[in-house]
Design a protein around this ligand. Structure first.
Ligand code: FNR
Length: 380
Protein backbone atom coordinates (compact mmCIF):
# COMPACT_ATOMS: atom_id res chain seq x y z
CA UNK A 1 0.00 0.00 0.00
CA UNK A 2 2.92 2.32 0.75
CA UNK A 3 3.85 2.37 -2.95
CA UNK A 4 0.23 2.85 -4.13
CA UNK A 5 -0.30 5.69 -1.63
CA UNK A 6 2.93 7.37 -2.74
CA UNK A 7 1.66 7.03 -6.31
CA UNK A 8 -1.48 9.01 -5.38
CA UNK A 9 0.83 11.87 -4.40
CA UNK A 10 2.72 11.52 -7.67
CA UNK A 11 5.77 9.84 -6.08
CA UNK A 12 6.98 7.01 -8.26
CA UNK A 13 9.31 4.27 -6.99
CA UNK A 14 12.95 4.99 -7.86
CA UNK A 15 14.03 1.40 -7.41
CA UNK A 16 13.12 -1.40 -9.82
CA UNK A 17 9.94 -3.35 -9.17
CA UNK A 18 10.94 -6.42 -11.20
CA UNK A 19 14.02 -8.64 -10.98
CA UNK A 20 14.79 -8.12 -14.67
CA UNK A 21 15.07 -4.36 -14.16
CA UNK A 22 16.99 -4.80 -10.88
CA UNK A 23 19.54 -7.01 -12.62
CA UNK A 24 19.88 -4.67 -15.58
CA UNK A 25 20.28 -1.47 -13.58
CA UNK A 26 22.36 -3.16 -10.85
CA UNK A 27 24.71 -4.52 -13.51
CA UNK A 28 25.20 -1.06 -15.00
CA UNK A 29 26.14 0.25 -11.56
CA UNK A 30 29.03 -2.22 -11.16
CA UNK A 31 32.54 -2.02 -12.63
CA UNK A 32 32.85 -4.60 -15.45
CA UNK A 33 35.28 -6.80 -13.48
CA UNK A 34 33.00 -6.77 -10.44
CA UNK A 35 29.99 -7.53 -12.61
CA UNK A 36 31.71 -10.58 -14.08
CA UNK A 37 32.48 -11.75 -10.52
CA UNK A 38 28.91 -11.17 -9.27
CA UNK A 39 26.93 -12.34 -12.28
CA UNK A 40 29.17 -15.15 -13.47
CA UNK A 41 28.49 -18.83 -13.02
CA UNK A 42 30.25 -22.06 -13.85
CA UNK A 43 30.73 -23.06 -17.50
CA UNK A 44 28.11 -21.69 -19.87
CA UNK A 45 25.89 -21.08 -16.85
CA UNK A 46 23.20 -23.64 -17.67
CA UNK A 47 22.92 -24.73 -14.04
CA UNK A 48 22.84 -21.12 -12.91
CA UNK A 49 19.99 -20.34 -15.32
CA UNK A 50 18.19 -23.55 -14.40
CA UNK A 51 18.25 -22.58 -10.72
CA UNK A 52 15.79 -19.78 -11.43
CA UNK A 53 13.80 -21.28 -14.30
CA UNK A 54 12.87 -24.55 -12.52
CA UNK A 55 10.62 -22.63 -10.16
CA UNK A 56 8.22 -22.43 -13.11
CA UNK A 57 7.88 -26.21 -13.07
CA UNK A 58 5.82 -25.76 -9.92
CA UNK A 59 2.60 -23.85 -9.39
CA UNK A 60 0.74 -22.88 -6.26
CA UNK A 61 -2.88 -24.07 -6.22
CA UNK A 62 -5.09 -21.26 -4.92
CA UNK A 63 -7.57 -21.89 -2.12
CA UNK A 64 -10.60 -19.68 -1.53
CA UNK A 65 -12.63 -18.56 1.47
CA UNK A 66 -9.68 -18.89 3.81
CA UNK A 67 -9.44 -16.47 6.74
CA UNK A 68 -6.56 -14.21 5.73
CA UNK A 69 -6.93 -11.70 8.57
CA UNK A 70 -3.96 -13.12 10.48
CA UNK A 71 -0.91 -13.41 8.26
CA UNK A 72 2.32 -14.76 9.62
CA UNK A 73 5.71 -15.06 7.98
CA UNK A 74 7.66 -15.66 11.19
CA UNK A 75 9.83 -18.72 11.71
CA UNK A 76 12.01 -20.44 14.30
CA UNK A 77 15.50 -21.34 13.15
CA UNK A 78 18.23 -22.81 15.34
CA UNK A 79 16.60 -21.46 18.49
CA UNK A 80 16.08 -17.99 16.97
CA UNK A 81 12.70 -16.35 16.40
CA UNK A 82 12.84 -14.51 13.09
CA UNK A 83 10.17 -12.18 11.65
CA UNK A 84 10.42 -13.76 8.21
CA UNK A 85 11.92 -16.80 6.48
CA UNK A 86 14.30 -14.68 4.40
CA UNK A 87 18.09 -14.66 4.87
CA UNK A 88 20.92 -12.91 3.04
CA UNK A 89 23.29 -15.56 1.67
CA UNK A 90 27.00 -15.01 2.24
CA UNK A 91 28.64 -13.02 -0.56
CA UNK A 92 32.42 -12.65 -0.41
CA UNK A 93 33.95 -9.21 -0.96
CA UNK A 94 30.49 -7.70 -1.32
CA UNK A 95 32.05 -4.67 0.34
CA UNK A 96 33.44 -3.66 -3.05
CA UNK A 97 29.95 -3.48 -4.58
CA UNK A 98 29.25 -0.32 -2.57
CA UNK A 99 30.54 3.08 -3.71
CA UNK A 100 32.57 3.53 -0.51
CA UNK A 101 33.93 -0.04 -0.38
CA UNK A 102 32.09 -0.75 2.89
CA UNK A 103 29.23 -2.76 1.45
CA UNK A 104 29.42 -5.27 4.29
CA UNK A 105 28.41 -2.56 6.73
CA UNK A 106 25.53 -1.53 4.45
CA UNK A 107 24.31 -5.14 4.35
CA UNK A 108 24.51 -5.36 8.15
CA UNK A 109 22.53 -2.12 8.54
CA UNK A 110 19.91 -3.32 6.07
CA UNK A 111 19.70 -6.49 8.15
CA UNK A 112 19.06 -4.41 11.29
CA UNK A 113 16.28 -2.48 9.49
CA UNK A 114 14.50 -5.47 7.99
CA UNK A 115 15.10 -8.27 10.52
CA UNK A 116 16.52 -10.34 7.65
CA UNK A 117 19.70 -11.96 9.00
CA UNK A 118 23.00 -11.49 7.20
CA UNK A 119 25.22 -14.50 6.78
CA UNK A 120 28.55 -12.69 6.74
CA UNK A 121 31.15 -14.30 4.49
CA UNK A 122 34.66 -15.12 5.71
CA UNK A 123 35.66 -12.73 2.95
CA UNK A 124 34.19 -9.53 4.31
CA UNK A 125 36.17 -6.44 3.44
CA UNK A 126 35.56 -4.98 6.91
CA UNK A 127 36.44 -7.02 10.00
CA UNK A 128 33.58 -9.19 11.20
CA UNK A 129 33.49 -7.34 14.53
CA UNK A 130 32.65 -4.07 12.73
CA UNK A 131 30.02 -5.84 10.65
CA UNK A 132 28.36 -7.45 13.68
CA UNK A 133 28.28 -4.09 15.48
CA UNK A 134 25.70 -2.92 12.88
CA UNK A 135 23.22 -5.79 13.35
CA UNK A 136 21.02 -4.06 15.95
CA UNK A 137 18.53 -6.61 17.28
CA UNK A 138 18.75 -8.88 14.23
CA UNK A 139 20.83 -12.01 14.73
CA UNK A 140 23.65 -12.67 12.30
CA UNK A 141 25.46 -15.77 11.10
CA UNK A 142 29.14 -16.18 10.26
CA UNK A 143 30.08 -18.21 7.19
CA UNK A 144 33.36 -20.07 7.39
CA UNK A 145 35.50 -21.01 4.42
CA UNK A 146 37.68 -23.47 6.27
CA UNK A 147 41.31 -22.53 5.64
CA UNK A 148 44.00 -25.21 5.49
CA UNK A 149 45.37 -23.83 8.76
CA UNK A 150 43.33 -25.20 11.67
CA UNK A 151 44.45 -22.57 14.14
CA UNK A 152 43.30 -19.86 11.75
CA UNK A 153 39.90 -21.55 11.32
CA UNK A 154 39.52 -21.75 15.09
CA UNK A 155 40.53 -18.13 15.48
CA UNK A 156 37.88 -17.02 12.95
CA UNK A 157 35.17 -19.02 14.73
CA UNK A 158 36.25 -17.74 18.18
CA UNK A 159 36.11 -14.19 16.90
CA UNK A 160 32.62 -14.82 15.49
CA UNK A 161 31.46 -16.06 18.89
CA UNK A 162 32.99 -13.06 20.65
CA UNK A 163 31.45 -10.67 18.12
CA UNK A 164 27.97 -12.02 18.89
CA UNK A 165 27.17 -14.06 15.79
CA UNK A 166 24.41 -16.58 16.49
CA UNK A 167 25.42 -19.43 14.22
CA UNK A 168 28.28 -20.77 12.09
CA UNK A 169 27.67 -21.71 8.46
CA UNK A 170 30.48 -23.87 7.04
CA UNK A 171 30.54 -23.79 3.24
CA UNK A 172 31.79 -27.03 1.74
CA UNK A 173 31.32 -26.68 -2.02
CA UNK A 174 34.07 -24.14 -2.63
CA UNK A 175 37.35 -25.70 -1.59
CA UNK A 176 38.57 -24.86 -5.09
CA UNK A 177 37.08 -22.14 -7.31
CA UNK A 178 34.78 -23.31 -10.09
CA UNK A 179 35.42 -22.89 -13.83
CA UNK A 180 33.93 -19.43 -14.33
CA UNK A 181 34.55 -18.17 -17.87
CA UNK A 182 33.40 -14.62 -17.16
CA UNK A 183 36.07 -14.31 -14.47
CA UNK A 184 38.65 -16.20 -16.49
CA UNK A 185 38.23 -14.14 -19.63
CA UNK A 186 38.44 -10.87 -17.73
CA UNK A 187 41.33 -12.11 -15.59
CA UNK A 188 40.47 -10.50 -12.30
CA UNK A 189 43.94 -11.08 -10.91
CA UNK A 190 45.22 -7.52 -11.33
CA UNK A 191 42.29 -6.32 -9.21
CA UNK A 192 42.75 -9.12 -6.67
CA UNK A 193 46.37 -8.12 -6.13
CA UNK A 194 45.18 -4.93 -4.47
CA UNK A 195 42.37 -6.61 -2.57
CA UNK A 196 41.90 -5.56 1.02
CA UNK A 197 40.31 -8.31 3.12
CA UNK A 198 40.34 -6.79 6.56
CA UNK A 199 38.48 -9.68 8.12
CA UNK A 200 41.40 -11.94 7.29
CA UNK A 201 44.10 -9.33 7.65
CA UNK A 202 42.98 -8.32 11.14
CA UNK A 203 43.05 -11.90 12.40
CA UNK A 204 45.84 -12.39 14.98
CA UNK A 205 46.67 -15.90 13.78
CA UNK A 206 46.73 -14.82 10.12
CA UNK A 207 48.97 -11.88 11.00
CA UNK A 208 51.30 -14.15 12.94
CA UNK A 209 51.90 -16.08 9.70
CA UNK A 210 53.09 -12.96 7.81
CA UNK A 211 56.60 -11.52 7.70
CA UNK A 212 55.20 -7.98 7.50
CA UNK A 213 51.76 -6.52 8.39
CA UNK A 214 49.34 -6.29 5.41
CA UNK A 215 49.59 -2.50 5.40
CA UNK A 216 53.33 -2.81 4.64
CA UNK A 217 53.10 -5.63 2.11
CA UNK A 218 49.60 -6.01 0.72
CA UNK A 219 50.59 -8.37 -2.09
CA UNK A 220 52.22 -10.82 0.32
CA UNK A 221 49.09 -10.72 2.52
CA UNK A 222 46.82 -11.40 -0.47
CA UNK A 223 49.16 -14.19 -1.55
CA UNK A 224 49.10 -15.73 1.95
CA UNK A 225 45.31 -15.53 1.96
CA UNK A 226 45.11 -17.23 -1.46
CA UNK A 227 47.34 -20.12 -0.39
CA UNK A 228 45.58 -20.64 2.97
CA UNK A 229 42.07 -20.37 1.57
CA UNK A 230 41.58 -23.72 -0.18
CA UNK A 231 41.34 -26.96 1.72
CA UNK A 232 41.10 -29.94 -0.62
CA UNK A 233 41.63 -32.46 2.17
CA UNK A 234 38.52 -31.74 4.23
CA UNK A 235 36.58 -34.98 4.77
CA UNK A 236 33.61 -36.19 6.78
CA UNK A 237 36.06 -37.04 9.60
CA UNK A 238 36.58 -33.30 10.04
CA UNK A 239 32.95 -32.77 10.97
CA UNK A 240 33.75 -33.73 14.57
CA UNK A 241 36.36 -30.97 14.59
CA UNK A 242 33.85 -28.41 13.21
CA UNK A 243 31.41 -29.49 15.90
CA UNK A 244 34.01 -29.23 18.66
CA UNK A 245 34.99 -25.70 17.60
CA UNK A 246 31.76 -24.07 18.73
CA UNK A 247 28.65 -24.41 20.85
CA UNK A 248 26.81 -22.13 18.44
CA UNK A 249 24.39 -23.74 15.98
CA UNK A 250 26.39 -25.38 13.19
CA UNK A 251 25.06 -25.36 9.63
CA UNK A 252 26.66 -27.06 6.60
CA UNK A 253 26.22 -25.20 3.31
CA UNK A 254 26.38 -26.72 -0.15
CA UNK A 255 24.46 -29.92 0.56
CA UNK A 256 22.49 -31.42 -2.33
CA UNK A 257 22.65 -35.20 -1.76
CA UNK A 258 20.36 -36.96 0.75
CA UNK A 259 23.22 -39.23 1.87
CA UNK A 260 25.24 -36.15 2.78
CA UNK A 261 22.27 -34.83 4.73
CA UNK A 262 22.26 -38.00 6.82
CA UNK A 263 26.01 -37.87 7.48
CA UNK A 264 25.75 -34.24 8.49
CA UNK A 265 22.92 -34.94 10.92
CA UNK A 266 24.77 -37.94 12.37
CA UNK A 267 27.68 -35.57 12.96
CA UNK A 268 25.53 -33.26 15.05
CA UNK A 269 24.75 -30.30 12.77
CA UNK A 270 21.82 -28.06 13.63
CA UNK A 271 20.66 -27.22 10.13
CA UNK A 272 21.26 -28.25 6.54
CA UNK A 273 21.86 -25.59 3.88
CA UNK A 274 20.71 -26.90 0.48
CA UNK A 275 22.54 -24.91 -2.20
CA UNK A 276 24.55 -25.29 -5.38
CA UNK A 277 26.24 -21.95 -4.74
CA UNK A 278 24.01 -20.17 -7.22
CA UNK A 279 25.45 -22.31 -10.03
CA UNK A 280 28.88 -20.73 -9.58
CA UNK A 281 30.77 -23.91 -8.79
CA UNK A 282 29.65 -26.76 -11.05
CA UNK A 283 27.89 -26.63 -14.40
CA UNK A 284 25.63 -29.24 -15.95
CA UNK A 285 24.11 -30.26 -12.63
CA UNK A 286 20.65 -30.20 -11.19
CA UNK A 287 19.05 -27.01 -9.99
CA UNK A 288 19.17 -26.60 -6.23
CA UNK A 289 15.35 -26.68 -6.12
CA UNK A 290 15.33 -30.06 -7.88
CA UNK A 291 17.00 -31.62 -4.85
CA UNK A 292 15.12 -29.69 -2.15
CA UNK A 293 12.32 -32.27 -1.61
CA UNK A 294 14.86 -35.11 -1.21
CA UNK A 295 17.02 -33.03 1.10
CA UNK A 296 14.00 -32.10 3.22
CA UNK A 297 12.89 -35.72 3.43
CA UNK A 298 16.34 -36.91 4.51
CA UNK A 299 16.65 -34.05 7.00
CA UNK A 300 13.40 -35.05 8.71
CA UNK A 301 13.09 -32.74 11.76
CA UNK A 302 16.35 -30.87 11.10
CA UNK A 303 15.64 -27.49 9.48
CA UNK A 304 16.70 -26.89 5.89
CA UNK A 305 17.87 -23.53 4.57
CA UNK A 306 17.56 -23.17 0.81
CA UNK A 307 19.21 -20.94 -1.78
CA UNK A 308 20.11 -20.62 -5.47
CA UNK A 309 17.92 -18.99 -8.06
CA UNK A 310 15.44 -17.19 -5.78
CA UNK A 311 14.38 -14.07 -7.66
CA UNK A 312 10.82 -13.30 -6.59
CA UNK A 313 8.21 -13.72 -3.89
CA UNK A 314 6.69 -16.75 -5.57
CA UNK A 315 10.09 -18.46 -5.54
CA UNK A 316 10.28 -17.90 -1.78
CA UNK A 317 6.80 -19.35 -1.30
CA UNK A 318 7.49 -22.39 -3.49
CA UNK A 319 10.70 -23.22 -1.62
CA UNK A 320 8.82 -22.96 1.67
CA UNK A 321 6.04 -25.20 0.36
CA UNK A 322 8.66 -27.77 -0.64
CA UNK A 323 9.84 -27.84 2.96
CA UNK A 324 12.55 -25.20 3.35
CA UNK A 325 12.49 -23.57 6.78
CA UNK A 326 14.31 -20.48 5.52
CA UNK A 327 15.15 -19.12 2.06
CA UNK A 328 18.27 -17.15 1.23
CA UNK A 329 19.01 -14.80 -1.66
CA UNK A 330 22.39 -13.89 -3.11
CA UNK A 331 22.57 -11.81 -6.26
CA UNK A 332 19.27 -9.92 -5.81
CA UNK A 333 20.52 -8.04 -2.76
CA UNK A 334 23.97 -7.52 -4.33
CA UNK A 335 22.29 -5.64 -7.18
CA UNK A 336 20.21 -3.74 -4.63
CA UNK A 337 23.43 -2.67 -2.89
CA UNK A 338 25.13 -1.68 -6.15
CA UNK A 339 22.15 0.41 -7.19
CA UNK A 340 21.01 1.99 -3.97
CA UNK A 341 23.38 1.15 -1.10
CA UNK A 342 21.77 0.22 2.20
CA UNK A 343 18.38 1.56 1.06
CA UNK A 344 18.68 -0.48 -2.13
CA UNK A 345 19.10 -3.69 -0.14
CA UNK A 346 16.17 -2.78 2.13
CA UNK A 347 14.04 -2.19 -0.97
CA UNK A 348 14.94 -5.58 -2.46
CA UNK A 349 14.28 -7.48 0.77
CA UNK A 350 11.05 -5.71 1.57
CA UNK A 351 9.79 -6.19 -1.98
CA UNK A 352 10.52 -9.92 -1.90
CA UNK A 353 8.77 -10.27 1.43
CA UNK A 354 5.78 -8.15 0.40
CA UNK A 355 5.37 -10.17 -2.79
CA UNK A 356 5.59 -13.46 -0.90
CA UNK A 357 3.17 -12.26 1.79
CA UNK A 358 0.63 -11.02 -0.78
CA UNK A 359 0.86 -14.18 -2.84
CA UNK A 360 0.30 -16.37 0.19
CA UNK A 361 -2.69 -14.24 1.23
CA UNK A 362 -4.25 -14.12 -2.24
CA UNK A 363 -3.80 -17.85 -2.74
CA UNK A 364 -5.25 -18.77 0.65
CA UNK A 365 -2.12 -19.78 2.56
CA UNK A 366 -1.84 -16.86 4.95
CA UNK A 367 0.63 -18.52 7.31
CA UNK A 368 3.81 -20.45 6.56
CA UNK A 369 2.33 -23.36 8.51
CA UNK A 370 -0.45 -23.54 5.87
CA UNK A 371 2.10 -24.27 3.14
CA UNK A 372 3.15 -27.81 2.29
CA UNK A 373 3.68 -30.03 -0.73
CA UNK A 374 -0.10 -30.28 -1.25
CA UNK A 375 -0.20 -26.52 -1.95
CA UNK A 376 1.89 -27.13 -5.06
CA UNK A 377 1.43 -29.04 -8.27
CA UNK A 378 4.17 -29.87 -10.76
CA UNK A 379 3.12 -28.57 -14.18
CA UNK A 380 2.36 -31.36 -16.64
C1 FNR B 1 28.56 -16.13 -3.44
N1 FNR B 1 28.31 -17.22 -2.62
C2 FNR B 1 29.11 -17.42 -1.50
N2 FNR B 1 28.83 -18.43 -0.65
C3 FNR B 1 29.56 -18.61 0.48
O1 FNR B 1 29.28 -19.54 1.23
N3 FNR B 1 30.58 -17.75 0.77
C4 FNR B 1 30.93 -16.72 -0.04
O2 FNR B 1 31.84 -15.95 0.26
C5 FNR B 1 30.20 -16.56 -1.24
N4 FNR B 1 30.51 -15.59 -2.13
C6 FNR B 1 29.69 -15.33 -3.21
C7 FNR B 1 29.96 -14.24 -4.03
C8 FNR B 1 29.07 -13.92 -5.05
C9 FNR B 1 29.36 -12.73 -5.91
C10 FNR B 1 27.92 -14.67 -5.24
C11 FNR B 1 26.91 -14.31 -6.30
C12 FNR B 1 27.66 -15.77 -4.45
C13 FNR B 1 27.14 -18.07 -2.85
C14 FNR B 1 25.92 -17.50 -2.13
O3 FNR B 1 26.05 -17.63 -0.74
C15 FNR B 1 24.63 -18.24 -2.53
O4 FNR B 1 24.78 -19.62 -2.35
C16 FNR B 1 24.21 -17.95 -3.97
O5 FNR B 1 24.49 -16.63 -4.34
C17 FNR B 1 22.72 -18.20 -4.12
O6 FNR B 1 22.33 -18.07 -5.43
P1 FNR B 1 21.67 -16.75 -6.07
O7 FNR B 1 20.63 -16.24 -5.10
O8 FNR B 1 22.78 -15.78 -6.27
O9 FNR B 1 21.11 -17.30 -7.33
Amino acid sequence: FEIYLDGLSGIMPKMPMTYAELEERGSQALDPWLLSYVAGGAGDERTQDLNASVFDDWGLIPRILVDGAQRDLSIELCGLSLPSPLLMAPVGVIGLCAQDGHGDLAVARASARTGVPMIASTLTVDPMEDVAAQFGDTPGFFQLYTPNDRELAESLVNRAEQAGFKGIVVTLDTWIPGWRPRDLSRSNFPQLRGLVLENYFSDPIFRSRLAKPPAQDLQAAVGAWATTFGNPSLMWDDLAWFRSMTDLPLILKGIMHPEDVKQAIDGGVDAIYCSNHGGRQANGGLASLDMLPDVVEAADETPVIFDSGVRSGDHVVKALALGARAVAVGRPYVYGLALGGEDGIVHVLRSLLAEADLLMAVDGYPKIADLGPSALRRRP
